[in-house]
Ligand binder design. Structure first.
Ligand code: TRP
Length: 496
């Protein structure tokens, strides 16, 4: 998730100089670099409309039926963040469940753009969720720290600074409790120059060749004066979803030019905030066109976490009062929640008792929904708040307790993360996992290094495709590509 940018000087002076009462209504804006809630005519910030964005981008909402299947397949009760729709939308999660039932494994992939050294709960929650997914499925996980991305997109940051942020953030991420035997964490500027990155880089170059300027312009709103690194970066975040980018995780040779078709065929699941979806649409649109095709990565999308100031706001690393930071003391947490957490209660005690409060907009209650696992307890709080029996102060107290406990636990874990541990997570190496215990383990992937430069492309039956079949596939892919290009050109034309 990116922090919202302050308005530009030009925008500010424009706003000040206009005297006529203009409508300040604006639609919500959600893309990987800019996330703004809608405003009404008076300029009041509104809540994000998640159903609208899901509809606009044609993602699927996670429903009770899917959660029931999740529980049947994994034997785990869905995490409270799934039950309460903090992770609310998906692409092809059913297919990942199919894969897990049939093959017992897949690749998990997530990441973070290290734009500051101070992480807050809005940053740790996606990683907590990813760790839970890893525990549930017992599959390998890659975590990408995109210091290159932050350098390219943030005018003011230097390469040395973003690298240092990445190292600090990596330690924070490790503190969430990932299992080093199953997790490869990498900092782009390091891994992509390490010598272990040959297959990643070959994938990236191949992917760059498949995607045109029109396509990235359509997907990201890039224009003629966007730096060329931004275009190229998109390919990196995309091919990071291909298991074939990390042969060492499966103990395969990293030096050969033969990328593994079998690895390419391993499905991937990406938990991420909804603003990252444009990247992954790009990879979903183009992955079948790789010489060794990969299935479309599946996604689980989260909402944005509510800022202390209330819905529509975003937690920001540059505003200490917008969020609970992982470095906050118990006293700071107490102060922030008591002073800054937007309240859904009434002005006075008497009014609150008479009219009751609104937990839906009460930030203390919202934070409780993030961290209190007991569904019944939450229902009780909400109900008593509405009836005016539970006071704002009571709600805040509950919230302070649970937040302080979470942050303290994190800090204790963080204090134990050494430089040696960090180096081990960052080291490209073979990982170990079990996958679905109900599925018999397959023999390890050993690539047949025959079949020409590209390796063999396997059909649905697992057999190499015939020349004719390959031709047919290529033709279909080419048609699809032309169609996409036309659409992208149209979209780019409409934007300019
Ligand atoms: N672009 C993301 C950010 O700015 C970082 C990222 C890279 C990521 N790969 C990812 C996030 C995969 C989620 C999933 O934070």
């Amino acid at each position: 998730m990116t922090e919202p940018e302050p308005p530009s000087v030009a925008a500010l002076s424009l706003a000040e100089s206009s005297t006529a009462p203009v409508s300040k209504a604006a639609e919500q804006e959600i893309n990987p670099w800019d996330v703004q809630a809608a405003t009404d005519e008076q300029g009041n910030v509104l809540e994000f409309d998640y159903e609208a964005i899901s509809k606009k981008w044609a993602t699927k909402l996670i429903d009770a039926e899917l959660l029931a299947r999740f529980e049947r397949v994994t034997g785990h009760k869905p995490h409270r963040w799934l039950r309460r729709a903090l992770f609310f939308s998906h692409r092809d999660l059913e297919l990942i469940l199919d894969t897990y039932e049939r093959d017992g494994e897949f690749l998990l992939y997530t990441g973070r753009g290290p734009s500051s050294d101070s992480m807050h709960i809005g940053h740790t929650i996606p990683f907590e969720f990813t760790k839970w997914l890893q525990d549930v499925f017992d599959v390998p996980l890659v975590i990408m720290l995109t210091d290159d991305e932050k350098f390219l997109f943030k005018e003011k940051l230097t390469q040395v600074e973003v690298y240092q942020f990445a190292r600090d953030n990596a330690k924070d991420i490790i503190s969430v409790g990932f299992d080093v035997n199953k997790t490869f964490l990498y900092i782009d500027s390091e891994f992509l120059t390490s010598g272990y990155n040959r297959h990643f880089s070959l994938n990236a170059t191949e992917f760059e060749k498949l995607v045109t300027n029109n396509q990235v312009r359509g997907a990201f709103g890039f224009h003629g004066s966007t730096n060329i690194g931004s275009n190229a970066f998109a390919a990196k975040q995309c091919v990071a979803a291909f298991a074939s980018s990390y042969p060492f995780i499966w103990g395969l040779d990293v030096k050969t030019y033969h990328r593994s078709a079998k690895l390419a065929a391993i499905p991937c699941l990406i938990p991420c905030a909804i603003d990252q979806d444009p990247y992954f649409r790009l990879v979903r649109d183009n992955c079948s066109r790789m010489a060794q095709p990969s299935p479309k990565p599946a996604l689980i999308h989260s909402k944005f976490l509510t800022a202390l100031q209330g819905a529509g706001g975003k937690m920001s690393a540059s505003n200490p009062n917008s969020a609970i930071f992982m470095s906050d003391t118990e006293k700071q947490i107490k102060n922030k929640i008591n002073k800054h957490a937007f309240s859904g209660g009434q002005e006075t005690l008497e009014l609150h008792q008479e009219l009751g409060g609104n937990p839906d907009i009460d930030v203390a209650y919202q934070y409780l929904t993030y961290f209190e696992d007991d569904d019944e307890k939450l229902v009780k709080f909400a109900e008593e708040y509405r009836r005016g029996v539970m006071m704002t102060g009571d709600m805040k107290k509950e919230c302070v307790n649970i937040m302080a406990k979470y942050v303290k636990g994190f800090q204790e874990a963080r204090a134990k993360v050494t430089d040696e541990m960090l180096e081990e997570f960052l080291r490209p190496r073979k990982l170990e996992w079990r996958g679905n215990p109900k599925v018999e383990r397959k023999p390890e992937v050993k690539e047949e290094a025959k079949g020409g430069e590209e390796g063999a492309t396997l059909g649905e039956d697992g057999k190499p495709l015939t020349k004719n079949q390959m031709k047919k596939l290529a033709k279909l892919a080419e048609l699809e590509r032309k169609k996409k290009e036309k659409e992208a050109a149209k979209a780019a034309a409409a934007q300019s």
